[in-house]
Design a protein around this ligand. Structure first.
Ligand code: 4NP
Length: 154
């Protein structure tokens, strides 16, 4: 199974989601491959935001290897599940979908949130490091719920 995490810049929220998912997949020994992408092109090739890297490091997860790339319509063919961090990301992704059928593979990350179901992962770009704590907590709980629901992916 292949899962893609998507936000605007691919330097704050989606690399944190990718790092968390990658760590949990390893821990659970599942056969899930992970990637992330951004709907906007202002940070292509860049490593994750330092504030996000620091928050992840507090929890023992290193995401320094990740690099921002642009989301494309082809991603609907390459991935089984495409998770948008907010509803604007979801609309921007669906506009690029090759077909209405493939567009259904895109969902909101927080559809799996125990506390903020169907909501947006707030954009932490403008603000201090506390926004990244919120992002981490929302993603940590939602990805646990998602993996529990997916079960034993081999
Ligand atoms: P992300 O955060 O979408 O979570 O990666 C942002 C990164 C950069 C910008 C906005 C959001 N920006 O405006 O450059």
């Amino acid at each position: 199974m292949k899962i893609l995490l998507v936000c605007l810049g691919n330097i704050c929220r989606s690399p944190m989601a990718e790092g968390l998912l990658r760590a949990k997949v390893m821990e659970r020994r599942l056969s899930i491959t992970t990637d992330s992408a951004g709907t906007g092109d202002s940070h292509l090739g860049q490593a994750p935001d330092r504030r996000g890297q620091a928050e992840m490091k507090k929890h023992g997860i290193d995401i320094s290897d990740l690099r921002a790339r642009l989301f494309t319509g082809k991603d609907f063919e390459r991935f089984d599940l495409l998770l948008a961090m907010d509803s604007q990301n979801l609309r921007d992704m669906q506009r690029l979908a090759p077909s209405a059928e493939l567009a259904k593979k895109a969902k909101l990350m927080l559809d799996w949130s125990p506390t903020d179901k169907g909501g947006d992962v707030p954009d932490p770009w403008y603000g201090g490091s506390e926004g990244f704590v919120t992002v981490y907590d929302l993603l940590d709980a939602s990805i646990d719920t998602l993996l529990n629901e997916l079960g034993d992916v081999r």
